[in-house]
Design a protein around this ligand. Structure first.
Ligand SMILES: Cc1ncc(COP(=O)(O)O)c(C=O)c1O
Length: 491
């Protein structure tokens, strides 16, 4: 499979000037004088423009105007150096600058290619306001028919209860005790030996990951992470200045030999991991792999951050890491996928010593998850609504996966049979950004591997989220994906 190096940089405005109306008379005179006294031509002469910059500008212009089409293979560094009369290192600098502008990608062993500039940067990472007719196979927001009625009923029930005044006040940072109790009971049903004093309610798993990082890690800390992983943790790492150390992937999960070697050579503080229903690869690691991971974590004193966002979809999975190593593991999960993404209800189960630290991080970020949401969600946890929705969504995901497998017959895909995610590794000369851009032209949005990759070499693959659109819309959109992938792949 081809790999590529992908660097993007946001370009800001080159400068600004005060409008004339903002200057009073004397200030205007002074400004005029200082402008007159500045000899711009002399200034330019003192700063001769490096000649290679002209090459950068010319190539950038050709790419932006599509004179050089996306996917075009550019001359090798050596050829560019010879063509333009540049030193080899300077030719490499030309490509580095174009890569930093997001215009080309250098791919190990394949060469330098013109990037697809039609795709908005951050596709798969940032949620862009989607066009009304865009079929979203980029983000998963699984919702079953009739969930709005559930919410209506819950609001009616809530409005008839006597304790509404309490919902108008600040709440304890990790949630009220009886709500934390409801979460702990839910977690115990999922094999996590949680008690209400070790559980904290947060505003979604993303918030759970952010407060865990704030509470337990310092800027500069090294965190081990799968070579392909959840983009939201990359964002947490960037925001908190953590260093991510990628662990290679095997068909059974993370390469634990590589993790052990990493820990032996670097001071690794934590591992971020998804043992049950990995996003994006859908794996469920075996008990043996989990025990090995715990052994390494114990040997090197790592915090384990276990993300179980999609875990409810995999029935019969081995015990969570939070059960195997409760003293090391912060277990983060959510009702986003089992109930609704807009709810923003997540939870963290942590070792006792970490609880006050995470509580303070919640205080620093949201103070508390909105009381109205926690009241409704904890009711749903206790009255069996969440368990029923989990079961229905397992069946829903299974149906969607089987539609996808049918449509993608003959194309190798990776994914769990009851997952809402499908990973399509590309072969031959197929380029993920070109495929994603072509699908975007056909109003179907998918993600490339870029947001998921924690390495510099990024595999060519497409990630499809099958949970957000109606089944018949999904089938039609998947047919478009399969067709474009087939057209781009030399089978
Ligand atoms: C693995 C993983 N973790 C965390 C999240 C964030 O979930 P939430 O919507 O609860 O913040 C997601 C969302 O897709 C996810 O896939």
């Amino acid at each position: 499979m081809g790999t590529r190096l992908f660097v993007t940089m946001e370009l800001g405005p080159s400068g600004f000037a005060l409008p004339r109306s903002h200057l009073d008379g004397s200030a205007r005179k002074a400004a005029h004088g200082s402008l007159q006294s500045r000899d711009c031509s002399a200034y330019n002469r003192q700063m001769p423009r490096a000649r290679y910059k002209n090459v950068v500008d010319r190539l950038a212009g050709d790419i932006r105007s599509a004179r050089l089409a996306p996917g075009t293979k550019l001359p090798t560094h050596r050829e560019l150096a010879a063509d333009e009369g540049l030193a080899l290192a300077t030719a490499s600098r030309v490509y580095a600058e174009l890569a930093a502008m997001g215009l080309v990608s250098g791919e190990t062993g394949r060469g330098t290619f013109v990037r697809e500039t039609f795709l908005p940067p951050g596709t798969g990472m940032d949620q862009h306001a989607p066009a009304l007719d865009l079929v979203d196979l980029n983000f998963n927001a699984p919702s079953l028919g009739g969930q709005d009625e559930l919410l209506r009923r819950a609001l009616r029930n809530l409005s008839s209860q006597g304790d509404l005044e309490a919902l108008l006040r600040y709440q304890p940072h990790g949630g009220r005790r009886h709500e934390r109790g409801a979460v702990a009971r839910h977690l115990r049903r999922h094999g996590v030996p949680a008690t209400s004093d070790r559980v904290l309610i947060v505003s979604g798993a993303q918030h759970g990951l952010a407060v865990t990082a704030i509470a337990l890690l310092q800027p500069g800390d090294v965190v081990a992470i799968d070579a392909l992983s959840y983009p939201g943790f990359k964002m947490v790492a960037r925001a908190h200045s953590l260093e991510l150390a990628p662990i290679p992937i095997t068909s059974d999960g993370p390469d634990l030999g590589a993790l052990a070697r990493l820990c032996a050579t670097r001071r690794v503080r934590a591992i971020y991991t998804m043992p049950t229903l990995h996003n994006p690869l859908g794996w469920v690691t075996t008990l043996e792999v989990r025990l090995q991971l715990v052994e390494i974590a114990r040997a090197y004193g790592l915090h384990i951050i276990e993300d179980a966002t999609y875990a409810f979809l995999a029935e019969g999975a081995p015990e969570p890491l939070a059960a195997l190593a409760p003293e090391l593991t912060v277990y983060v999960s959510t009702l986003s996928k089992s109930v609704a993404t807009g709810l923003r209800f997540g939870f963290v189960a942590a070792p006792s010593v970490s609880v006050p630290l995470i509580e303070r991080a919640i205080r620093a970020t949201t103070w508390n998850t909105p009381a109205l949401v926690t009241a409704i969600a904890s009711e749903w946890l206790d009255d069996g609504t969440v368990a029923r929705l989990e079961e229905k969504k397992r069946a829903d995901a299974r149906r969607r996966q089987s539609v996808a497998r049918e449509v993608f017959e003959g194309i190798d895909v990776v994914g769990h049979p009851t997952s809402y995610i499908l990973w399509i590794p590309l072969t031959g000369e197929a380029r993920a950004d070109r495929i994603a851009a072509e699908l975007m032209h056909q109003n179907v949005s998918v993600s490339t591997a870029e947001p998921f990759a924690t390495t510099q070499d990024i595999p060519h693959a497409v990630r499809v989220a099958v949970g957000s659109v109606d089944l018949d819309v999904l089938r039609a959109a998947l047919c478009k994906v399969a067709q474009v992938v087939r057209e781009h792949t030399v089978l």
